[in-house]
Design a protein around this ligand. Structure first.
Ligand SMILES: [Zn+2]
Ligand SMILES: [Zn+2]
Length: 330
């Protein structure tokens, strides 16, 4: 099969991956072999190939927003040909303290798709059957792919921030995840305040119905109940914190963050304000979000790349040349 392969420490700038022929993965117990129909490109993939996340394997196929169909390993729950999604959480041990306390997203021995195991930048992928999700028929392959990480994590971020219907919510950074989250916030009748650099992102926030949109150094005109940060920048976390009312919460949606600048505790955190990180996702988050996405007909803007252009897809995410999400179709 054709696959885009990342080898740590051996890349020319911009040439993160090489397209090669590999044997198809062999079916293993408890797994399903999927023919990949589409695979979304996530910023985390960029963190992996640029070394922001430490390499865990010498050779890797990235990709963790996979839409595939079951071609081997079918079961009664997953008949042959079932269209399923696979996300970043590729498996958990089911035994650690976190798994036993309904916090599988924090599992001590997790499997991460496209990081600790091979992912979906390929014609076929092996996935743990209990970590695949049947996909709603109302969402087509390339448009459902970006929902499988950006969408689920954005949804989880709203949960971690504790957003209640009708609240004032800040979105700091307005990429793929935030542009999916805003639709959910609107369905909850929230006021949405967007702070983001980049004229095109601000325009998109306006077109998606944000209550107020400002530049990176601007402060929302009202105190916010909740804020979610999407930019991999510590400075943005402090800006979000500075926009909160007493008792407000910032949820930080970033697997990697540059240094958080020092800030004034008395002014910014005192008053029971909170900063929380958002780590991974649970299977329940995925199921709940996919149901919401189908009901609200959440449809991201996508740009499709063939597998041979996987490097260009990663560059599009890096340079934010596309307003929406990059999706690879093998
Ligand atoms: Zn566990
Ligand atoms: Zn992701």
């Amino acid at each position: 099969m054709k696959a885009a392969i990342f080898r740590s420490g051996r890349n020319a700038p911009g040439a993160f991956l090489r397209i090669e022929d590999l044997p198809r993965p062999r079916l293993e117990a408890g797994h399903a072999l999927l023919r990949v129909l589409a695979c979304g490109v996530c910023r985390t993939d960029l963190h992996i190939v640029e070394g922001d996340l430490p390499p865990v394997r010498p050779q890797l196929i990235p990709g963790h927003q996979i839409v595939g169909e079951v071609v081997e390993g079918a079961t009664t729950e997953l008949p042959l040909g079932t269209r399923v999604g696979v996300s970043w959480m590729g498996g958990v041990d089911g035994e650690c303290w976190y798994c036993r306390h309904e916090m599988e997203n924090l599992c001590d021995l997790p499997t991460f798709t496209g990081y600790t195991v091979d992912g979906g930048y390929a014609e076929y992928v092996l996935a743990r059957a209990d970590f695949t999700f049947p996909l709603p028929p109302g969402l087509d392959n390339v448009h459902v792919a970006p929902l499988l990480c950006a969408g689920i994590i954005g949804f989880r971020s709203l949960r971690v921030a504790g957003v209640e219907p009708g609240e004032r919510v800040g979105l700091f950074g307005f990429g793929s995840s935030a542009s999916l989250a805003i639709t959910i916030l609107q369905s909850w009748k929230c006021e949405v305040y967007v702070v983001t650099r980049g004229e095109s992102h601000r325009k998109r926030a306006v077109s998606l119905g944000a209550t107020w949109v400002g530049q990176e150094d601007e402060k929302p005109p009202v105190a916010l109940d909740r804020a979610v940060t999407f930019a991999p920048s510590g400075k943005v976390v402090v800006s979000a914190l500075a926009s909160l009312r007493k008792g407000g919460v910032v949820a930080v949606n970033a697997i990697h963050l540059d240094q958080v600048p020092s800030f004034d505790y008395d002014k910014l955190l005192w008053g029971e304000r909170q900063i929380r990180s958002v780590a991974n996702m649970t299977r329940q988050d995925a199921r709940d979000f996919l149901a919401v996405a189908e009901t609200l007909q959440i449809r991201p803007q996508v740009k499709v790349f063939p597998l041979e252009e996987a490097n260009q897809a990663l560059l599009a995410v890096k340079e934010e040349t596309e307003h929406g999400s990059a999706v690879i179709v093998p």
